[in-house]
Design a protein around this ligand. Structure first.
Ligand code: HEM
Length: 214
């Protein structure tokens, strides 16, 4: 029994450590890295990297710098939890939108209370993700990185809109409030998909899905 508790505690502490990859470039307000396509890499085409940025070897591909400080910094640590936290609002809002669609098609589907639960937990997750995002990206009003600027304000908007949706989630069917809720939920579901794409562009590198060609 003690062994099981020890293993579970170890896993609990190791899980956030596993994604403690660096994000100093974003917190230091650095511009976006040079865009290149996977085709450039495949064909061995020379990739121009801005030499003014101190990005070591393979980390240059992802626009990250590896942290060198040995001092524990709580703000930095919380910021590094942002990539783990974002999964909750993304999944919860998308499933809430799917459940609302099911209710539109079949009003007697009986998922009304689940929708309220999904939207409230999605809203809470959105607020937590946005706060951790501000700690990850640095606290400032404008960014030299265009994608970080878009991501910062869309994410903040999603957190605020999510709270409004939570209060609207109890609106009765066929009311005008329910229509506003449905339009808002569709908007947040769409925005959070784009938001996730922009986030991964920052973490994994420009054109990380290889959709832009060469
Ligand atoms: C609901 C709101 C948000 C969602 C769903 C979201 C989503 C994401 C996703 C999916 C990633 C990629 C994570 C990965 O590495 O796998 C990411 C990264 C990032 N996000 Fe957000 N985000 C949100 C809000 C914010 C806000 C408000 C900021 C404020 C600046 C922010 C700053 C960042 C930064 C700096 C990164 C890169 C992390 C790194 O390099 O370690 N995010 N986000």
């Amino acid at each position: 029994m003690k062994l099981r508790i020890a293993i579970l505690s170890l896993l609990f502490w190791l899980s956030p450590m596993a994604m403690l990859h660096a994000h100093e470039a974003h917190r230091n307000n650095e511009p976006d890295p040079v865009t290149h396509s996977p085709a450039d890499i495949d064909t061995g085409k020379k990739i121009k990297i801005d030499q003014s940025r101190t990005i070591p070897n393979q980390q240059a591909e992802h626009g990250h710098k590896v942290g060198t400080s040995t001092n524990f910094n709580i703000v930095d640590f919380l910021g590094r939890l942002h990539p783990a936290a974002v999964h909750f609002p993304i999944a919860l809002f998308l499933v809430a939108a799917l459940a609302e669609l099911i209710v539109i098609i079949n009003p007697s589907a009986g998922v009304g209370s689940s929708i309220r639960f999904l939207v409230w937990t999605g809203a809470a997750g959105g607020v937590v993700a946005a706060i951790l995002g501000w700690l990850a990206g640095g606290i400032r009003m404008s960014d030299r990185s265009e994608i970080l600027g878009l991501h910062r304000w869309t994410g903040t908007g999603i957190a605020v809109a999510g709270l409004f949706l939570a209060f609207l989630s109890s609106a009765p069917a066929n009311s005008s409030k329910r229509t506003v809720f449905r339009i808002g939920l569709a908007g947040v579901a769409f925005a959070i998909l784009i938001q996730g794409y922009w986030g991964a562009e920052m973490s994994l590198g420009p054109n990380h899905m290889g959709m832009k060609g060469s």
